[in-house]
Design a protein around this ligand. Sequence first.
Ligand SMILES: Nc1ncnc2c1ncn2[C@@H]1O[C@H](COP(=O)(O)OP(=O)(O)OP(=O)(O)O)[C@@H](O)[C@H]1O
Ligand SMILES: [Mg+2]
Length: 344
Amino acid sequence: MTPLLDVQQVEVAFYTKDGVVRAVNGISYTLEKGDTLGIVGESGSGKSVSLLAMLGLIPTPPGKIMGGKILYEGKDLLQLKRDQWSGIRGKQIAMIFQDPMTSLNPVMTIGNQIDEATIVNLGLTSKQARQRTVEVLTQVGIPRAAERCNDFPHQFSGGMRQRVMIAMGISCNPQLLIADEPTTALDVTIQAQIIELVKRLQKQMGMTVIWVTHDLGVVARLTKKIIVMYGGSIMESGPIKPIYARPKHPYTIGLLASVPGATINRSDELHYIGGNPPDMIRLPAGCAFAPRCAYQTEQCLREKPGLIEVGKDHTAACWNLKTVEQNPVLAKSESRRAAGSQRG
Ligand SMILES: Nc1ncnc2c1ncn2[C@@H]1O[C@H](COP(=O)(O)OP(=O)(O)OP(=O)(O)O)[C@@H](O)[C@H]1O
Ligand SMILES: [Mg+2]
């Protein structure tokens, strides 16, 4: 069966005055209908750029798709011309961004904004569109939805605005919903509500969801499958349970060690990965993580490792998987006691 989404060796670069930013460097994954995928990785690792490519939203120039395919139901999205996106963006694939204020029009009522989506994408009349808008706003838990249609974005709280974004996202019944860190700016309780909301909507509508975050706790609550990105490449990917229980890649080990209480970190110490994130203009020839890795060998600096099967549907890109497995120490990571820890 053709997967809903088949991402093959996608590469994206930005030609800036300082040099070529290698934002995404050959990432591949597939997604079946109804799946939920979590994409994690620290800031600048290429998460958003890889998804913007999926919606034809890479600004060109300075951006350029350097290679690869993104097959959506077998059709390569990277080959679409500007006028061919209308049936796809918003209608088949919808995206929710981290900051709703950047995607909502501040001078247009939210009712009109959501109406517009279904008028353009589904060909509804304005009356039908308003009905649909009230329906989706109610579905995402906006009280007095019909009245609130006349309000402007700034009249909503942060959490409510994010709900409005989700309502807009689902208004055209997309098959694939991409949520790019939609809860990072929200406090923990609201964040939990939004996660539950998306889970419920996904169940009701049978949507496929890609959820981007740097919060490993969030993905654990939402998804069964994750991709760990670093320096524009996939370091590890697979089902969440084995990855959380026994991460294989030194970077994933480092990431999970910074989550107090994770299996890899039974102590009350907070570990963090020493060193700095990579300069995406001067990425190492080999593994992007090598300069910060405790297991670094000469080969790591020279040659980029490919993804190796390490379990069922579980892959990791590392030259030294055996050494890591035998000795999952965090030599190059630094640790300190968790703040507020009571134990001695
Ligand atoms: N328009 C642009 N011009 C130049 N460089 C860009 C542009 N957009 C993104 N980049 C660069 O591409 C790289 C990947 O960025 P991306 O936004 O995908 O990171 P991210 O993983 O989503 O990070 P965050 O968690 O902070 O959102 C970064 O080095 C970023 O500076
Ligand atoms: Mg991002």
